[in-house]
Design a protein around this ligand. Sequence first.
Ligand code: KG4
Ligand code: ZN
Length: 329
Amino acid sequence: MRILGIETSCDETALALIEAKSGLKKPVFKILKEVVASQIEIHRPWGGVVPHLARREHEKNLPIIFRQVSNPTHIDLIAVTVGPGLDPCLWSGIEFAKEINKKLKTKLVGANHLEGHIYSFLLTQKEINFPAVQLVVSGGHTILVLMKSIRERKKIGETRDDAAGESFDKVARMLKLLYPGGPEIEKLAQKANAKAVGFPRPMLNSKNYDFSFSGLKTAVLYYLKENETAEKADVAASFQKAVVDVLVQKTMRASKEFGAKTIILSGGVAANKFLRRELAAASRKQKIKFISALPKYQTDNAVIIAVSAYINFLTGRKYKLTSQPDLGL
Ligand code: KG4
Ligand code: ZN
């Protein structure tokens, strides 16, 4: 079946058309068209995403991209992100989807942005041995998911405050780096000393699989206040190491407890090579297969929204067609 995915939950306006076939055992996807219009340059001067500016851009971009992606073809299903995300941004996608569906007269369903990240690994077309433990790390979320199969999944841990990506963005701002901060911190940290500052590893030894990154962010703030001449690159590297240590150790502990045969990494922060390397090495040590979402589908895009809609089509899971900024798993 042909699925049109629409993603406007944050600062990317994205549309994609995919062909999906086969059952839950081995779903197969072919990407026919995909466009992502990034708004990074618009939000950069503000140091973060400004919701009303993002909505304005989505409304401007959607009809233009739709013409590029959908013409001329038959569409069986339209899937639009209904949450989680920024309320005005979610509405722009939902309203646009309803409008085009009036003309196309096809089926329109809601999609969960988190499921988009979770099912992004299916695009690698790699064999997955279950159970799998998946770490989803993005600007808005840090979640550990236990997957017994593609259908059966359960959240086993999440952040109690800032998401990992959010902490990268906030610390980058303290270091006067550009938005988004993750790639900037990674670049700066490359040749620096990650042992220079002993930042805390929040909740590393807690018995659950939850995370907390706001205390670490505050520790960086105080360190910079007290050490005005600190080497920025060393601070970036030490901060990055603290985040990665916690993410890797908690993921490995969960994998051990639940007998994971595969570890999956997804979400925008998965673009971080240091994180990928550390998690891959730790998985190798425990003889667990490691799979990372393809770089192109780690950050927000509409292909993963269409993929998640196909999985939900197969499983019968449904979402309401209304904006749900706090939608969970
Ligand atoms: O998944 P995503 O595109 O959007 C959300 O759903 O949030 O993730 C964006 C987040 C931002 O916080 C960005 O700073 C972070 O991913 N990010 C990175 C890297 N590239 C993007 N964080 C660390 N290292 C990177 N290389
Ligand atoms: Zn995302």
